[in-house]
Design a protein. Structure first.
Length: 569
């Protein structure tokens, strides 16, 4: 549920901080007081579209913040975990949204920056805002199928997921087959190219790592003469230059006198002896290395030609030898497809047929489950409509199989199966059932939507439902029925309603007045929770209009007393 909401510099709202509770909330006030701005702020908090003109005039940015108390079992926690947002069910969930006067937006969930897409994913789990314009969603038949499937439950949704996986594979096989069928002429031209490329790469007999080892060998061969000259000169200096002889004589002379000052001269003698043996060993290694140096111009030429070939293939087919070999493998597959086109087509057709049969079987299972769910949903909606004073209304969920065209009886698969779902309605006895978009009035649509929300409140587990003037177009007993339905619904989730009807306002558990105040040349909107006399005064205003009398106050008190008794029954 929504515990608290703060708004700063949004439209005519300078600064508002409101605490909310469990149950049914109503927001009332004069026309133009800014009631919808409160709902707009909540919409922005959960990912609604914002614009720069929503920022209060003269301010740099608007700020909205909502604090939600959500049960540990609620799906929003798994969404947060999937999005990598640190949040604990033991704590409140805080969402903050800022909107700059330049139109830029930033959002944070528990202090962590999130994208708008992430915020919408989270917001869809927390708040469902329904306004008058959302009646249009009832007229979209594609939504009818979604609602029916959601009502049917997890077993159908899992079956639908399995079906979509098979349908996706079927679509892939169909596309592959059609591509092969439609590219016959192009394939003939490509076949020659593929054969040339395969021959060119295959003849090269490439080996992974070959280019690196050849480059190293080339480097050694290129500098063979330089290495020979340098090693030979070093060896000559040690032997022919008498460096070792000089060290030997120095050792002999020092050994003759070392006994006269052993503490100093003996260590020096050991250093000279060590240097002699190391120099002698180095000389032997230099000689052996020199003798092993080979100068092979023919080998060098071969290596250079080989590297040129490899580099040429790299420019055409890949940056590395493994890339070239992978390209060869793919090209062989493409060549085989073309050369064995008919055989490959037959295999594709067989696989497509198998997937089609599997998809049809799953789609028919889906259809049977939908037929069963449709009967239950129709009965549930009629029951809800009965409590909303539409007891004579007949509601049916009509299911038809999709067809390729009006004269074609062949069933057409789509991403949802083989069914088309339409909500049908008859509001008066003796009238035939017709689609909603051809029969329902605005007031009837409000009650149908409220009936749907009542049924789906527990299924979709959205904890906050907002009704923005959905009671427009109804009055009298119908308004009272809507109020009672919202009150009943508030036992399962937190309800907010903007209303002009006293019948709705008196049934609320919590009443908030939205009031506009002009100070100097600035206009500001304020929110105040009404209790006691102030609530009676507001209900009296709603009943009597501009002039509030003792009779309207008395009537308001009676309405409140009656509402308390109805809710306590």
């Amino acid at each position: 549920m929504l515990r608290e909401m703060s708004i700063r510099n949004l439209a005519v709202v300078e600064e508002v901080h409101v605490s909310f509770h469990e149950g049914f909330h109503v927001l009332t006030g004069e026309t133009g007081a800014g009631k919808s701005i409160i709902i707009d702020a909540l919409s922005l908090i959960v990912g609604g579209r914002g614009s720069a003109d929503m920022v209060r005039y003269g301010c740099d940015k608007a700020e909205m913040e909502g604090m939600f108390d959500v049960k540990p079992s609620h799906p929003v926690w798994s969404v947060l975990n999937r999005l990598g947002i640190e949040a604990s069910p033991d704590e409140m969930l805080v969402i903050r949204r800022e909107l700059s006067s330049q139109g830029k937006s930033s959002s944070r969930v528990n202090g962590q920056l999130v994208t708008m897409t992430m915020l919408r994913d989270i917001g869809e789990c927390l708040v469902n805002i329904h306004g008058q314009h959302e009646h249009q969603s009832l007229l979209k038949t594609e939504r009818h199928l979604e609602w029916l499937d959601l009502f049917a439950g997890q077993e159908l949704l899992q079956l639908k997921s399995n079906y979509r996986e098979v349908f996706s594979k079927l679509q892939g096989k169909r596309a592959e087959r059609r591509e092969l069928e439609e590219s016959a002429r192009h394939n003939v031209q490509m076949l020659d190219l593929f054969r040339f490329q395969i021959e060119e790469i295959s003849n090269a007999k490439l080996k992974p790592g070959e280019d690196e080892s050849l480059a190293e060998e080339k480097r050694k061969l290129l500098y063979a003469s330089k290495r020979m000259d340098g090693i030979s000169e070093s060896y000559s200096l040690l032997y022919d230059g008498h460096a070792l002889d000089a060290l030997g004589k120095a050792i002999s002379k020092l050994s003759d006198v070392a006994k006269y000052d052993e503490s100093v001269l003996s260590p020096l003698l050991e250093q000279l002896q060590s240097a002699y043996y190391q120099a002698e060993d180095a000389a032997y290694q230099l000689r052996n290395y020199r003798d092993g140096i080979e100068s092979d111009p023919e080998r060098l030429a071969y290596i250079e030609d080989r590297l040129d070939l490899i580099n040429s293939l790299k420019r055409k087919y890949g940056e590395t030898i493994p890339d070239i070999l992978a390209y060869l493998e793919r090209t062989v597959e493409e060549r085989d497809k073309i050369e064995n086109r008919d055989e490959h087509l037959e295999k594709l057709q067989q696989e497509e047929n198998r997937l089609f049969e599997e998809a049809i079987a799953l789609a028919e299972q889906l259809s049977q489950m939908r037929i069963h769910a449709a009967l239950q949903l129709s009965a549930a909606i009629e029951n809800e409509l009965g409590s909303l004073l539409m007891g004579n209304t007949k509601f049916r969920v009509q299911i038809d199989h999709t067809k390729r065209d009006q004269e074609d009886n062949i069933v057409q698969l789509n991403a949802s199966g083989i069914d088309e779902v339409v909500f049908m309605l008859s509001t008066n006895p003796g009238e035939p059932l017709k689609p909603l978009n051809k029969i329902a009035s605005g007031g009837e649509m409000s009650r149908i939507m409220l009936a749907l929300k009542s049924i789906f409140a527990e299924i979709d587990q959205v904890p906050v439902l907002v009704f923005d003037e959905v009671d427009t177009g109804v009055s009298g007993r119908a308004a009272q029925a809507i109020a009672e339905k919202m009150s009943q619904l508030s036992s399962r989730c937190q309800i907010f309603s903007i209303t002009h009807l006293p019948q709705v306002a008196c049934m609320a558990d919590h009443h908030y007045e939205i009031r506009k105040q002009v100070t100097g040349e600035r206009t500001s909107t304020f929110v105040k929770q009404l209790v006691g006399d102030s609530r009676i005064e507001e209900l009296a205003r709603m009943l009597g209009g501009v002039e509030v009398t003792e009779k309207t106050r008395h009537h308001a008190q009676e309405m409140l007393d009656l509402a308390y008794r109805q809710k306590g029954a």
